[in-house]
Design a binder for this molecule. Structure first.
Ligand SMILES: Cc1cc2nc3c(=O)[nH]c(=O)nc-3n(C[C@H](O)[C@H](O)[C@H](O)COP(=O)(O)OP(=O)(O)OC[C@H]3O[C@@H](n4cnc5c(N)ncnc54)[C@H](O)[C@@H]3O)c2cc1C
Length: 404
């Protein structure tokens, strides 16, 4: 046995079980040998693979047990715990479209798991189970033009009950995944203005009368959308959870979601760093390799140290779900740390590649743009810091806020 190994598991695998190491290595091989090869055949900013490339990959992912990793096993998902989700999320982000389309869509997209935990039997049968079977993207619409950091106060879209329907009026901004989704969950006000308890969650289907969408081009390849609801009629059976309990229903789901989200960002940065290391070992300036220059060595060393630290914080947050502790505090901390670390690492990688780092023939250029958005989505950095500060300093401080 080599130094640094315990049984079959290397110390560097701590704290992963043998089973998780196996899942990680299998996913890594699948990405390297199959997903990335398929992806080479599509253009730089592609956000999906054509069916002839995607279908065999999806079949393989189901066989490997990494299909819809967050969805419960009883409904056809892989049912991985948070640590398992983090491990797979890091590996499946390691392709060109991986920052937003893990494994190019090969592992499917989980329907919002609140459908399973907060939905009725009918909602599970109509939306949850087919969602896992198809693995299609589903949108989640919270943010409005009035603001996304503090949605409890900003949401103006209103749902008014009329008999067996709700009439929805208003607009959502910056909503992801709409181009591929057939349905999504929409948060609307049914109670008092500015009241966190006055928000209700609805399942809205794209074909519903009074629903329209408009693409909003942004820095990343995968455009978000504006959604407009004009007297859009939603049957009462599509209300998710009780009236006024929208945020309560999704709070566990959104806190947990930050952990695989964070893991995906360091997966992208790790891939970029490995590509940069290969590059500096062969690129020569001033009669020696870039890898021989101390300035470059420090960029590589700093990036590796920061990624290792971010990964440990992600694992710590994930383990809090099973070992006990303040999951919200750790998931906010790991979300800020990972997204900000990943952006710093990508920035250094661009520098090491020189002009090639900003060329469209390199994935780095795309990752640089997409990782910038990661510091805004899923609760921006400042709002996550508010969660951490409140825990340390006590709530009710001036300048605080409440994440949505
Ligand atoms: C590409 C993209 C995709 C998105 N996808 C979705 C989606 O699918 N669904 C969805 O609902 N939303 C989505 N969003 C919206 C995203 O969640 C919001 O942009 C985010 O919550 C911030 O809201 P805002 O843009 O309105 O900024 P604001 O709320 O106006 O905040 C502006 C800035 O002020 C900072 N700030 C806020 N409060 C404080 C404070 N107390 N102290 C210090 N600084 C503070 C914020 O961090 C932010 O940097 C997406 C956004 C983008 C760009």
């Amino acid at each position: 046995m080599r130094v640094g190994q315990v049984g079959a598991i290397s110390m560097s695998d701590w704290p992963l079980s043998e089973e998780l190491v196996q899942i990680r290595d299998t996913t890594r091989r699948f990405m390297r040998n199959e997903v990335k090869k398929a992806e080479e055949q599509v253009e730089h900013d592609a956000i999906h693979l054509p069916h002839d490339l995607l279908d065999p990959l999806q079949k393989k992912a189901r066989e490997l047990g990494i299909w819809c990793i967050r969805s419960p096993e009883e409904y056809g998902g892989a049912g991985l715990d948070l640590l398992g989700q983090a491990v797979v999320a890091e590996e499946t982000a390691r392709c060109k479209m991986g920052a937003y389309i893990p494994a190019c869509g090969a592992i499917g997209f989980d329907p919002p798991n609140v459908v399973f935990y907060g939905g009725t039997k009918d909602q599970i049968e109509r939306f949850g189970i087919p969602g896992v079977q198809k693995g299609d993207k589903v949108f989640t619409a919270i943010t409005e033009a009035s603001g996304g950091s503090d949605p409890a106060r900003a949401i103006r879209t209103r749902a008014v009950r009329k008999g067996d329907r709700y009439i929805l009026n208003g607009a959502k901004m910056w909503i992801s995944g709409v181009q591929h989704a057939q349905w999504g969950i929409v948060f609307a006000r049914t109670g008092e203005a500015g009241d966190r308890g006055g928000i209700t969650c609805f399942i809205v289907e794209k074909g519903m009368k009074g629903f329209s969408q408009r693409e909003i081009p942004v820095i990343r390849s995968y455009s978000p959308f504006e959604l407009v609801f004009e007297d859009c009629e939603i049957p009462v059976e599509n209300r998710l959870g009780e009236e006024g309990e929208g945020f309560k229903l999704v709070s566990k789901w959104s806190v947990e979601g930050r952990i695989p989200y964070a893991a995906g960002t360091i997966g992208v940065a790790q891939e970029a760093l490995e590509q940069a290391i290969e590059w500096v070992k062969q690129r020569e300036t001033f009669r020696s390799k870039l890898a021989d220059k101390q300035a470059i060595q420090w960029m590589v060393a700093d990036s590796e140290m920061e990624l290792q630290a971010a990964r440990m914080l992600i694992y710590k947050a994930a383990m809090t779900a099973t070992t006990g502790g303040d999951l919200k505090y750790f998931s906010s901390m790991c979300k800020v740390t990972a997204t900000e670390t990943a952006f710093r690492v990508i920035d250094r990688c661009v520098q090491m590649f020189g002009a090639l780092g900003v060329a469209e023939e390199m994935p780095i250029e795309r990752w640089f743009r997409e990782l910038r958005v990661k510091r805004l989505g899923e609760g921006p950095s400042e709002v996550q810091r508010v969660v951490v500060a409140r825990q340390l300093l006590g709530s009710g401080r001036k300048g605080g806020g409440e994440e949505g």
